[in-house]
Design a protein around this ligand. Structure first.
Ligand code: HAM
Length: 480
């Protein structure tokens, strides 16, 4: 029996030195930034099941798309239902909307989601069979300004992360009517090339000619260079919508390039479509993409309301973060280890740890009966800043020893004072931590950025210094 992990999927570890993008600290930090950015834009989180009725995806993505025809994880469950693991989040979000009552649907909804998606694709760097998307969907608004606000959200997130050099590609697929005309134009253009087109594209000429523009085949790509542009086929309302989107992006200083061959891999789009690409991930260069889907909700049996959204691939975002050597501060692990030395102190130590955890001071207790030097070494290895050593004798007296790992300094404190002493200490960012951060920064950032960080840090140090001074004055007062 082979228990190895399946192809195209991966584990995320607490820390992964070989493949840094699979370290959970980075994922947590990114997820936190996504949540705060979405909240800042007034989006609310939804969570949908990871499997749905297959029909939902067949109907929405389009039966001829790769996502449905080749990549769907589809099975029949024990109740004879045709079920699929979700390959994307838009159709489930719209299904969720459709399932709510009229009162809920009445409001213009701004939704976001994060979670695993599944596509049975050929595994390669940047392309997985289980991957993670963060996506947003706005339902009930057709204004071009909404398209821009959604794109702005994605770029605000990228700038909060510190990502640079991402290219926004933009196109318009127009209304259904203008697209019908365009499809006729495409068939006319490609028919003389039937013998030179790839087999897939010959098939697409019958099923969905738009998709040929998306082909990765080198011969198809050559032929595509002369294909008519969809922009020439846009009707007046579509042109006006697209002009407004471009005008607003320009006003907001979000640079873009028009790519008339950008059609996206799903059938539900109309009007604005976009993709964000990076030149740092090889062939899997799209970190996110989306567009407008004004007839999808109605098609799925919901009210006739327009929508706009996007999804970004978290693996690709994290891989780009690492490629650009952005300093992404991982959340801190337990900063404190309690080491009880005897039977009595074990109980007291556990009570102490419970109190500390209630005060949100991350702490672990060492239950092992190993030698003290070994236990101190282990505490050092997990990065603990302090250890509390509890001997039975000291416990009897109601005291414990706190050892500061970096300086080796020790302090004997009454047990009852420890929680307040530690919460004071942990509230003030420790100087040693800040200086570690600084040395990391200078490794990964340009000098110019580091010097501005330095200025910010020195301001922070001044405040800490002042706080410490105030504290010592206060404690002198209480002593007096
Ligand atoms: P999509 O372009 O199929 O759009 O996927 C969005 C992003 O998911 C891609 O740009 C990529 O970063 C990531 N992605 C896709 N497939 C994989 C894979 N196999 N491995 C790793 N990452 C992948 C959608 O899914 C639409 N639902 C977006 C949308 C939302 N449109 C409107 N609203």
């Amino acid at each position: 029996m082979d228990y190895d992990i399946l192809p195209g999927v991966f584990d995320i570890l607490p820390e992964n030195k070989k493949e840094g993008w699979r370290s959970s600290a980075l994922w947590q930090k990114l997820e936190e930034l996504i949540r705060t950015t979405c909240q800042a834009f007034g989006y609310e989180e939804i969570r949908t099941p990871i499997f749905e009725r297959s029909e939902l995806f067949l109907r929405s993505s389009g039966e001829t798309t790769d996502i449905v025809s080749k990549e769907l994880y589809r099975f029949v469950d024990k109740g004879e239902r045709d079920v699929a693991l979700r390959p994307e989040g838009t159709a489930p979000a719209l299904r969720l909307f459709k399932d709510q009552d009229q009162e809920w649907q009445k409001h213009h909804r701004k939704l976001f989601y994060m979670g695993p998606m599944f596509r049975y694709d050929r595994p390669q760097a940047g392309r997985y069979r289980q991957f993670h998307q963060f996506g947003v969907e706005v339902l009930g608004a057709s204004d071009p300004e909404v398209d821009v606000e959604v794109i702005d959200l994605l770029f605000t997130l990228f700038s909060r992360i510190g990502l640079k050099g991402l290219k926004l590609e933009l196109n318009s697929l127009g209304t259904l009517a203008s697209r019908e005309n365009y499809l006729k134009g495409l068939v006319e253009y490609y028919t003389p090339f039937l013998k030179r087109l790839s087999l897939d594209s010959v098939r697409r000429l019958e099923t969905n000619p738009l998709r040929i523009l998306d082909s990765k085949d080198p011969h198809d790509k050559e032929i595509n260079k002369g294909a008519p542009s969809i922009l020439e086929y846009l009707d007046e309302p579509s042109k006006a919508h697209f002009e407004k989107v471009k005008e607003w992006l320009t006003k907001l200083n979000i640079p873009f390039v028009i790519n008339p061959n950008l059609v996206r891999g799903l059938d539900y789009y109309n009007q604005t479509v976009f993709e964000v690409v990076t030149d740092q991930l090889g062939s899997q260069n799209s970190v996110g993409g989306g567009g407008r889907f004004d007839s999808l909700l109605k098609m799925l049996g919901g009210p006739d309301l327009p929508g706009f959204g996007f999804a970004a691939g978290l693996e690709r975002v994290i891989q780009t973060i690492l490629k650009q050597e952005i300093f992404f501060l991982p959340p801190k692990g337990p900063e404190l280890v309690v080491i009880p030395l005897g039977e009595k102190s074990l109980e007291t130590g556990y009570q102490l740890v419970r109190t500390l955890r209630q005060a949100n001071i991350a702490s672990v207790i060492d239950f092992s009966k190993k030698k003290l030097s070994k236990r101190l070494q282990e505490a050092h290895d997990i990065g603990a800043e302090r250890v509390i050593i509890l001997g039975d004798e000291e416990c009897e007296k109601g005291e414990a020893k706190i050892k500061i790992m970096e300086s080796g300094k020790e302090l004997l404190l009454p047990l009852s004072e420890i929680p307040s002493y530690l919460s004071l200490e942990t509230k003030l960012p420790s100087l040693s931590q800040e200086s570690k951060r600084l040395s990391e920064l200078s490794k990964t950032k340009s000098l110019q950025e580091t010097s501005s960080d330095l200025a910010n840090l020195s301001k922070k140090f001044d405040t800490i210094h002042q706080n410490l001074k105030n504290l010592s004055v206060q404690s002198m007062d209480t002593n007096a």
